[in-house]
Design a protein around this ligand. Structure first.
Ligand code: PLP
Length: 396
C-alpha cells in the first residue's frame, strides 16, 4: 500500500520543480561561486538569481538575504546577533514565548548562562500570544523580542505585524521564526515590521539543509560560522549552490500557488478535523481561527501518542505526536503544556500536517484508521477503564 504522508510540518518532499532546478548544480554546473572563471561565475549568477527570488517572495532587498544551513542556524544567528548588539548598550533582557522551537529556546538558554535575562511569555489556551503581554514584558533594557510566526506543533499564527510595530516604536529588535509560515501564508517583512526572520526550505518542498536569514539593512550580523567572504562575510563556507537554487525554486512555486493551495488544503484539513472530532473525548489543540492551512493537532484522552503513531505507521500513515525533536523522549510536548493542557492529556497528542497533494480518499482513510486505533488502544488501557467507570474524571 502507498504511504500516506501527513507529517509535512516535520519535512516535505522536494517538488519536481525544485529538484529539476537543482540537478545541474550537482553535475555540469559544479563551479565554486567564488571562482573567477566562467564555471564559477555561472554558479554565482544562479545564486544571485536565487537571492533575488527569495527577496521578492518575502518583500526584502537582495542584500538583506543570507543563505544558511537551515532554520536552526538562522534562528541561532538572529538571536545571538541581537543579544550581542544589546549587550554593547547594556541591554541584557530578551523576550520570547514558552512555545518556540528548540532552535530558539536552546539559544536563549545558552544566553541566560552568559548573563542575559529572558522573559518567556505564556501562550493562551488558543495558542496565540497576546500583544498586551508583550507590551507588559518590555523593559528599558530589552534588546530583542523573538516570537514565532506560526507554531510548528499546533499551527497557530501569532499577531506578528502588531508585535513588530510595537517593537519598532520602542526601538527593540524583532525576530520571528517564520519556518512554518513561509510558503504557506503571505509574509512580507516590511509590512509585518520584521527586523530578522528565519525560514527553512524543507518545510515548503525545498531541500533539507538550506535556509535563509533575512536581516534588515543596517543591522550588523554576528557570525555563527567564521570563514571566507561568502554571504557578505557573515556566513563563511562554500555556498550550497544546489540547495540555494532549490530553495528559491520551491519558494517561488509555493508563493505563486499559495492561495489555491491554501483553499484546497484547508478544505482537506476541515474534513479531517470534522471526522476526527467524532471520536469521543477528543479535542483540537489551538484555535482554528488564526491557523496555517495544513496542520491539525488533536489529543485523545486515555491513550499514548507514541503507541498511536506506531499503529498508524503499520497502516502506512506517517504522522507525528508533536515536534520531531522531542519524539523519542517520554516528556509530553512543551507546546501542549504551554497552552495549558494537563500532562495526561498532552501525552495523547497527534499532529497531522497535510498539503494540497493529499486527496479526500487519503483523508477518509486517515479518519477511519485513527478512529480504529484510538478505540483499540482505549480497549487495552487500564486508565481508560477507570475513566469509563468514573473512578477518575474525564478532562476532555
Ligand atoms: C523545522 C523548524 C525549524 C528548524 O529548521 P531546520 O531547517 O530543520 O533547521 C525551526 N523552527 C521551526 C518552527 C520549524 O518548524
Amino acid at each position: 500500500m502507498k504511504l500516506i504522508y501527513a507529517d509535512n510540518a516535520a519535512t516535505t518532499r522536494v517538488s519536481k520543480t525544485a529538484l529539476d532546478a537543482m540537478l545541474p548544480y550537482f553535475s555540469e554546473e559544479y563551479g565554486n561561486p567564488s571562482s573567477l572563471y566562467t564555471l564559477g561565475q555561472k554558479a554565482a549568477e544562479a545564486m544571485a538569481n536565487a537571492r533575488k527570488i527569495v527577496a521578492e517572495c518575502i518583500g526584502a532587498e537582495e542584500r538583506e538575504i543570507y543563505f544558511t544551513s537551515g532554520g536552526s542556524e538562522a534562528d541561532n544567528q538572529a538571536i545571538v546577533t541581537a543579544a550581542l548588539l544589546g549587550k554593547r548598550k547594556g541591554k541584557m533582557h530578551l523576550i520570547s514565548t514558552t512555545f518556540e522551537h528548540h532552535a530558539v529556546l536552546h539559544t536563549l538558554q545558552r544566553l541566560e548562562k552568559e548573563g542575559f535575562e529572558v522573559t518567556y511569555l505564556d501562550v493562551h489556551k488558543d495558542g496565540v500570544v497576546r500583544l498586551e503581554d508583550v507590551e507588559k514584558a518590555i523593559r528599558p533594557d530589552t534588546a530583542l523580542v523573538t516570537i514565532m510566526y506560526a507554531n510548528n506543533e499546533i499551527g497557530t499564527i501569532q499577531p506578528i505585524r502588531e508585535i513588530g510595530a510595537l517593537c519598532r516604536s520602542k526601538g527593540i529588535l524583532f525576530h520571528t521564526d517564520a519556518v512554518q509560515a513561509i510558503g504557506h501564508i503571505p509574509v512580507n517583512v516590511k509590512d509585518d515590521n520584521i527586523d530578522m526572520l528565519s525560514l527553512s526550505a524543507h518545510k515548503f518542498h525545498g531541500p533539507k539543509g538550506t535556509g535563509v536569514l533575512y536581516c534588515k539593512r543596517g543591522i550588523m550580523l554576528t557570525n555563527i560560522i567564521e570563514g571566507g567572504a561568502q554571504e557578505r562575510g557573515k556566513r563563511g563556507g562554500t555556498e550550497n549552490v544546489p540547495g540555494i537554487v532549490g530553495t528559491a525554486a520551491a519558494l517561488k512555486e509555493s508563493c505563486d500557488h499559495m492561495e489555491e493551495n491554501a483553499i484546497r488544503t484547508i478544505a482537506l484539513r476541515d474534513r479531517l478535523a470534522a471526522g476526527l472530532s467524532k471520536i469521543p473525548h477528543s479535542v483540537i489543540n489551538g484555535s482554528m481561527e488564526h491557523h496555517v492551512p495544513g496542520t491539525l493537532n488533536m489529543c485523545f484522552e486515555g491513550i499514548e501518542g507514541e503507541s498511536l503513531l506506531l499503529l498508524l505507521d503499520a497502516k502506512h500513515i506517517a504522522a507525528s505526536s508533536g515536534s520531531a525533536c522531542t519524539s523519542g523522549s517520554l516528556d509530553p510536548s512543551h507546546v501542549l503544556l504551554a497552552i495549558g493542557l494537563p500532562h495526561e492529556v498532552a501525552h495523547g497528542s497527534l499532529r497531522l500536517s497535510i498539503t494540497e497533494e493529499n486527496t479526500e480518499e487519503e483523508i477518509d482513510y486517515i479518519i477511519k484508521s485513527v478512529t480504529e486505533v484510538v478505540e483499540y488502544l482505549r480497549s487495552m488501557s487500564p486508565v481508560w477503564d477507570e475513566l469509563e467507570k468514573g473512578t477518575i474524571k474525564h478532562v476532555i
